[in-house]
Design a protein around this ligand. Structure first.
Ligand SMILES: [Zn+2]
Length: 291
């Protein structure tokens, strides 16, 4: 993650130049002196709104990382444990940047513990580790439910939904499933990674119309084509992925991501092409981190 992307910075500069330019044109055409008085506050409001988040992020990374974080991350994240010092610093910085946006809430306005916030940040930092130019695809943030599950009517401790990635709205996750996902790193199941994968998947399809073309190892066609082919093969012949992966391509992708970030060696051995696709997608190879 970055404090601000280069593209955003360019747009802010362009708009900041455009406002006085347009004001000058309006003044030249109308001769209204009031226009000259309106431009400075208008520019100040625009800059305040545009720079609010980057400045907040900058302030956040200047503060020291709480000492309790290191111990917590070492005991809860196999991924963090596998990183070298520089990787751990980058990982913690990504969590700080993500948490500074303050977009995690519990239902009914209940407080969210720092451990829960840190685990959500851990999932985000894991998936973004190879993509510093990407932002977490969570414009509506994350909502944490207490207990282990909720039902279709969002009643707590009913039904069997542990997490959800709605088309619109925040990522939903229960506190217990969040903890369980990180407590058993070798299980290949992590609800947070799964739900985040849905958001990443959707964002990539939206931004590019379809997934970018595969670029390496002589791959032809798009990632989306490969994903469809792998999913069809799973339907026909099964795979090492859980049966839930058969529901549709989106679920196949999300389940594959869970395994990619938890049991990369197993996934690579059984599905080398799928592994390669995910390696390109996230621009990282978890086999080098989780051994
Ligand atoms: Zn899913």
């Amino acid at each position: 993650m970055q404090i601000i992307s280069r593209m955003d910075a360019i747009f802010i500069i362009l708009y900041a130049l455009l406002i006085p330019l347009l004001g000058a044109l309006v003044f030249a055409a109308s001769g209204q002196v009031i226009v000259l008085f309106i431009i400075p506050p208008l520019l100040a409001i625009y800059l305040w709104l545009a720079l609010k988040r980057p400045l907040r992020r900058r302030r956040a990374i200047q503060l020291p990382v709480p000492p309790s974080w290191n111990e917590f991350l070492l005991s809860h994240s196999a991924y963090f444990r596998g990183l070298d010092d520089a990787g751990r610093k980058k990982f913690a910085r990504d969590i700080v940047l993500f948490l500074s946006d303050d977009n995690i809430a519990a239902i009914h306005g209940d407080p969210v513990s720092w451990q829960t916030r840190l685990l959500i940040g851990t999932g985000v930092a894991t998936m973004l580790h190879g993509r510093p130019e990407w932002e977490p695809p969570l414009p509506d943030g994350v909502t944490v439910y207490p207990g282990a599950s909720f039902d279709r009517n969002y009643r707590i401790e009913k039904g069997n939904i542990a997490g959800q990635a709605p088309e619109r709205g925040p990522l939903l996750i229960t506190e217990e499933s969040l903890m369980t996902g990180f407590a058993n790193p070798g299980a290949g199941r992590n609800v947070l990674i799964h739900e985040l994968a849905h958001f990443f998947d959707r964002e990539q399809r939206k931004s590019y119309g379809r997934y970018p073309q595969r670029s390496r190892h002589g791959g032809s066609g798009s990632w989306a084509d490969l994903l469809t082919a792998e999913w069809r093969q799973h339907l026909r012949l099964g795979s090492i992925l859980p049966t839930y992966a058969a529901v549709n391509e989106a679920e196949f992708f999300a389940v594959a991501c869970e395994m990619f970030f938890e049991k990369p060696n197993r996934l690579q051995a059984a599905h080398p092409e799928l592994y390669e696709m995910l390696r390109e997608f996230f621009n990282q190879d978890p086999r080098r981190i989780l051994f």
